[in-house]
Ligand binder design. Structure first.
Ligand SMILES: Nc1ncnc2c1ncn2[C@@H]1O[C@H](COP(=O)(O)OP(=O)(O)O)[C@@H](O)[C@H]1O
Ligand SMILES: [Mg+2]
Length: 242
């Protein structure tokens, strides 16, 4: 997983949060009334290829004239970067409920100040990880239940649902081999045992199977260009919807 400085650079101005800090209040009455853009999320284990696909998708969308906001959770805002540092790199023990609340706090700030305003402008938001990651990691990987984790995040985001979620499915040992190859600093979740990542992978697949209208599941072992083509094919009708 990328570190905090890389995230700040990828998001452009780190001061964007303060500029947008009042944006959350405008949609309390009717959460999606002013929503016009498209919200695309990428899910899957670390090393599955989310960043690679986010970049390819952004490139294609921008070259066809769209305005794209590329972001991620945790750490899509300045506030979120601080939360990200705690949840991913804190040395002390964090209880599962505290961990779940930290992710939800990051998400609440991110959706209200960055993602909703972008969607209201009509932009396309490409987001690395969202609620499904919390459900898979905190809900199934850990001891908390998937339903309560999802409802916590739905409360945090005032029920913002992606238009499309790309699940990149990859065997945990293949993902681990890629991460080892990249020689990155392992965070708290990456350092978990294979059994944990196996449960997470299964949970992602279960979530996707229950919501086929929102999901496209792609084989993470395919070539990046092949995966990108599948994603584009699925997204195209959504781009033409109005
Ligand atoms: N489809 C693919 N096939 C083989 N290697 C890939 C593929 N997609 C990404 N990779 C490589 O795997 C590693 C992890 O990819 P990355 O996009 O950073 O994953 P994530 O963001 O999900 O952690 C990188 O070294 C990347 O170049
Ligand atoms: Mg990544």
């Amino acid at each position: 997983m990328t570190d905090a400085t890389e995230a700040a650079a990828a998001e452009g101005s780190p001061d964007a949060v303060s500029v947008e800090s009042n944006a959350g209040s405008s949609h309390e009455a009717a959460p999606d009334a002013r929503r016009r853009g498209l919200f695309v999320t990428l899910e899957g284990g670390d090393g599955s290829g989310k960043s690679t696909q986010a970049a390819l998708l952004e490139e294609w969308l921008v070259s066809s004239g769209n305005t794209v906001v590329r972001t991620r959770e945790p750490g899509g805002t300045e506030f979120g970067l601080e939360v990200r540092e705690i949840v991913l790199h804190s040395r002390g023990f964090i209880t599962p409920r505290a961990e779940a609340l930290l992710y939800a706090a990051d998400r609440a700030q991110h959706i209200a100040t960055k993602v909703r305003p972008a969607l209201e402008r009509g932009d396309i938001v490409i987001q690395d990880r969202y609620i499904d990651s919390s459900v898979a990691y905190q809900g199934s990987g850990r001891v908390l239940g998937p339903a309560e984790i999802r409802s916590l995040s739905e409360w945090a985001t005032e029920d913002l649902v992606p238009d499309l979620t790309v699940l990149i499915d990859l065997d945990e040992s293949a993902a681990r081999a890629r991460l080892d190859g990249d020689q990155k600093r392992f965070d708290r979740l990456e350092a978990e045992k294979d059994d944990f990542h196996k449960r997470v992978r299964q949970s992602f697949l279960t979530i996707a199977a229950a919501d086929p209208d929102r999901f496209i599941v792609v084989d993470g072992t395919a070539q990046p260009a092949e995966i990108a083509a599948q994603v584009r094919a699925r997204l195209e009708p959504l781009l033409r919807r109005d």
